[in-house]
Design a protein around this ligand. Structure first.
Ligand code: ADP
Ligand code: MG
Length: 552
């Protein structure tokens, strides 16, 4: 027997990286800006703990396009690298300097926001560049160096001309990637991935209109000034403490997240936990109405303020994907498949934490201002009812705030409803019978008849109501739901009430035959006893189970 070591031929690695490292070439920019951010945050940390005695200042990351030279450059004012560090961090593929830093400073740097961890990000530059240059000067008083590589495993290192601390990465954009020399394209990428990153990112300049002085004449023209075009908000609301934010701040942030969304959200939920996993974020309940088919995936997922995806499937419970907002967690393993995610322990905990926070928020909104909660009910019920159906824990919690409105706009909780109908609405086995309508106009006659008998009639009109009723019937004891036009309603009708028909026996017989032929559906029953002496002369009903079967 013999053992050996697999030999990776480096010549083969670059084409592989280029092809497979990331399926999306555009993320190279996110990776390089993440590195520039890390370099800046590292310096911040080192100056904070007194290990670097340089001025931190107000560092900015500068992204520039040079169309003539066909280059894209990213320049930071972070820690920079010495020649030795370039050898170590850049020339060793898959060695992560970010992880090394976190390891070295693990006592103090846990919350420093350092992003990198696989040691592969930098090489994503070769997905779009035929040649990459690094010009860097360390914060340690050492000469600047230049590293150059054309995508083959050979690189050169030489002395460089650079006085200021930091790193400049210059990408010589490959022919098949020239889209990344377009201002609009880069602008789009920066907005998508870097909008909330923690270090200011500059992309060109813009004109800003100065406010007119108070005593300016009416025809005065506003002056403009050229300022840096900073594309990000380094301190987004979700990174702050809830106690430091006003209602208006949450609304403003919603607008920042969804500039095209004109409706205000109904309310928000601030997520903030650091044990046993790290997660921050803000979720918003939009006005949903009856619409189950709203565009999902509006929740954006970030890791340390870097946008990762707006597909949160597998991370957030399905019923909450109808919400909007952001979630930021470094603890979500995104390098694994979605189906694996759902089985991941950390992700499961995250998902149940979010569910619990949403339930708690709903409960406190209900307790604090019930009237307002009732007003919002129609816009939030789809989420709540869907959640009750799909998550048992949520179902249990929802007992405290799920509402059951009547056709007359009275809103009961389930307990209140039971209390209200327990005297008057039982069947022969003593089971509580809840009557409900799904369409006020179409079922008007039946509703009226039930009300005349003193019954409560709920109005349950969400698209998933038949599933929810099934769930309620199996989870709650001794209760059944019957639609006002269902034939089971007869079990309730007090038998001692004499029912007088307005029709003669002959009229009844021919009418019954005629109606049955017209309907031509055996699941319906035609009854010719009057529902009530002052309502319709006959009634067409269908057993509850037949109707639900058709709806499911
Ligand atoms: P990771 O970010 O996961 O550590 P990368 O491949 O993205 O891996 O980067 C490798 C290493 O190169 C970084 O950890 C860092 O030490 C160094 N590096 C890359 N870009 C810069 C930069 N702009 N300034 C200073 N160091 C950098
Ligand atoms: Mg990186």
């Amino acid at each position: 027997m013999s053992t050996g070591k697999i030999n990776v031929a480096v010549e083969n690695i670059f084409p592989l990286i280029k092809k497979f490292l990331y399926s999306d070439h555009e993320i190279f920019l996110r990776e390089l800006i993440s590195n520039a951010t890390d370099a800046t945050l590292k310096l911040k940390h080192l100056t904070n703990i007194g290990e670097a005695s340089v001025e931190y200042g107000n560092p900015v990351i500068d992204v520039k396009i040079d169309k003539d030279a066909k280059t894209l450059s990213i320049t930071d004012q972070g820690i920079g690298m010495t020649e030795e560090e370039v050898q170590k961090y850049i020339n060793e593929v898959a060695f992560s300097g970010a992880e090394e830093f976190l390891d070295k400073y693990k006592d103090t740097a846990k919350d420093s926001g350092i992003i990198g961890h696989f040691g592969l990000g930098f090489y994503s530059a070769f997905m779009v560049a035929r040649k990459v240059e690094i010009i860097t000067k360390s914060y340690k008083d050492e000469p600047a160096v230049k590293w150059e590589c054309d995508g083959s495993p050979e690189f050169t290192i030489s002395p460089a001309d650079k006085d200021v601390r930091g790193t400049e990465i210059i990408l010589h954009i490959a022919e098949d990637s020239e889209e990344f020399l377009e201002e609009n394209r880069i602008s789009e990428l920066l907005t998508k991935y870097n909008k909330f990153m923690p270090v200011p990112i500059k992309f060109g300049t813009k004109e800003e209109t100065l406010p007119l002085p108070e005593d300016a004449p009416e025809d005065a023209e506003a002056e403009t000034k050229t300022v840096d075009n900073i594309i990000n908000n380094p301190n987004p609301a979700w990174t702050k403490q809830p106690t430091d934010l006003e209602e208006q701040d949450y609304k403003d942030f919603y607008r920042e997240l969804y500039p095209m969304q004109f409706e205000e959200p109904l309310f928000h939920i601030h997520l903030n936990v650091d044990y046993p996993f790290n997660l921050t974020g803000i979720l918003y309940f939009p006005r949903l109405g009856q619409d189950m088919n709203i565009q999902k995936d509006r929740i954006q997922l970030y890791q340390n303020q870097v946008f990762v995806t707006d597909n949160v499937e597998g991370i957030v419970p399905e019923f909450l994907t109808m919400l909007r907002g952001v979630i930021d967690s470094p603890d979500i393993p995104l390098n694994v498949s979605r189906s694996y995610l759902q089985a991941d322990g950390a992700v499961k905990k995250i998902s149940s934490y979010i569910t619990r926070k949403v339930a708690d928020k709903l409960k406190s909104l209900f307790n604090e201002d019930r009237e307002d909660f009732e007003k919002k009910w129609n816009d939030i019920k789809v989420v709540i009812e869907y959640g009750m159906l799909s998550e048992d824990k949520f179902f249990d919690k929802a007992d405290a705030f799920a509402l059951y409105p009547t056709v007359d706009d009275t809103y009961f909780t389930f307990a209140e409803l039971q209390e209200k109908i327990k005297e008057n609405q039982t069947d022969k086995d003593g089971k509580l019978v809840v009557l409900y309508a799904s369409n006020k106009d179409a079922q008007h006659q039946y509703i009226q008849a039930a009300k005349d008998k003193g019954y409560e009639v709920l109005l349950l009109d969400s698209p998933i109501v038949s599933h929810l009723l099934q769930k309620l019937e199996t989870s709650k004891e001794n209760i059944s739901f019957v639609r006002v036009d269902g034939d089971d309603i007869n079990n309730l009708i007090k038998k001692d009430e004499e029912q007088i028909s307005k029709l003669s026996d002959d009229e009844k017989e021919s009418l019954k035959t005629l109606l049955e032929e017209t309907i031509n559906d055996k699941s319906y029953t035609v009854k010719l006893e009057a529902m009530d002496s002052n309502s319709a002369p006959f009634m067409i009903t269908q057993p509850e189970f037949m109707r639900r079967m058709k709806e499911m």
